[in-house]
Design a protein around this ligand. Sequence first.
Ligand code: BEZ
Length: 210
Amino acid sequence: MALQLGDIAPDFESDSTEGRIKFHDFIGNGWAVLFSHPKDFTPVCTTELGEVARLKPEFERRGVKVIGLSVDPVTDHRRWAADIEETQGAALNFPLLGDPERKVSSLYDMIHPNANDTLTVRSVFIIGPDKKIKLIITYPASTGRNFDEVLRVIDSLQLTAKYQVATPVNWQRGDDVIIVPAVSDEDAKKKFPQGWKAVKPYLRIVKQPQ
Ligand code: BEZ
């Protein structure tokens, strides 16, 4: 059965550009983003890897480790890394898994045979400190991902984990948030002593907790 939100992210051991990785050890007690690339030496992937390298401090600030996967061997990744640095102005600064036997990509359902039976689609998994999958998104090979959106979801997930608030449509960092329905008004009084605006009894808006 395909992986679903709330499932434990499957553990694996694999070679990467930064040596052998045991995935759960790599995640440690923090958050992780695992994302797949269809193939080495492809144009869209080259731009994505440069962008994630540039954004690495933003991921680190949120306690998130990033790790990529491409179905080619690590020896190819190393040659490709030189092109990424040359063309994107950012050197690969996080591990890129080699997966020539498609072990990890099969484990994570990253190959969608009716789209392409050998290359992976562009999958993104956000994994929490409890090793559970918090987000799965799948893009087609021809569409580069928006990693600002990945950061935005991480901000939302971390706010929910810490403060029991949810984020409304098109929310951006700093915008007002919503008290989750599971919190009663009585409990909300303790958690949000500054009060909230109840547009409806189930739609209670508060300033974003800091
Ligand atoms: C790319 O990364 O540029 C790409 C890969 C597979 C299909 C289309 C584009």
